[in-house]
Ligand binder design. Sequence first.
Ligand SMILES: O=C(O)COP(=O)(O)O
Ligand SMILES: [Mg+2]
Length: 225
Amino acid sequence: MATDGWPKAVLFDLDGTLVDSAPDLHAALNQTLESYGEPPFTLEAVTGMIGAGVPKLIERAYAGLGKSLDAATRDRIVDRFLKIYEPRSTELTTLYSGASEVTRQLKEEGRALGVVTNKPGHATEAILRHFGLYDLMDVVVGGDAGPAKKPEPGLLLLACERLSLPPSDVLFVGDSENDVGAAKAGAIAVVVVAGGYTRIAAEDLGADAVATGLADLPQLFASLR
Ligand SMILES: O=C(O)COP(=O)(O)O
Ligand SMILES: [Mg+2]
């Protein structure tokens, strides 16, 4: 069924929005740290480090250990982390409630779908395929696609370009201040789904609306126009 309604496309953040990926990121980070003789972090601590991409995850972990990294060392640690994370990226990761249903509903309504994440494209694709979401997506933009990561608007604008849609036809759905910042900078409407990876309360992130869960998204569309 085709729709004339707004939005023509819904773009989703990945970590903390469509998938609860923190347990695998936590396990892979601790394994990486252990290989360098460093102590582990709790799941809660690692959850608070997610959302700005892998290089930032590594920087934040080392900052938590009281250590700063030069860029070359950080990049080496990033490479080791990805070698550990990529083969295990769906071992403990789960889909959030409503993710399958709402994406299929939006697709049936004739809307384009996409994922725009700071996570590297390779792991993003593997996770989406594992949960049967990849084939629903018209566009998938990972953090290594070229433009600067969220909160810069470039990844979102690249997705709009690939969909041949102006930002005003698009809605972005995320969980963190980086998502709201990127959407606002790109003049894209943004909804935050509560319960993701943010230390700031969802209501205080400055989104156009807050959804209590993914299933609540469609009923918010009318108020966002
Ligand atoms: O921090 C990451 O690697 C990705 O986070 P995002 O999917 O929330 O953009
Ligand atoms: Mg996120």
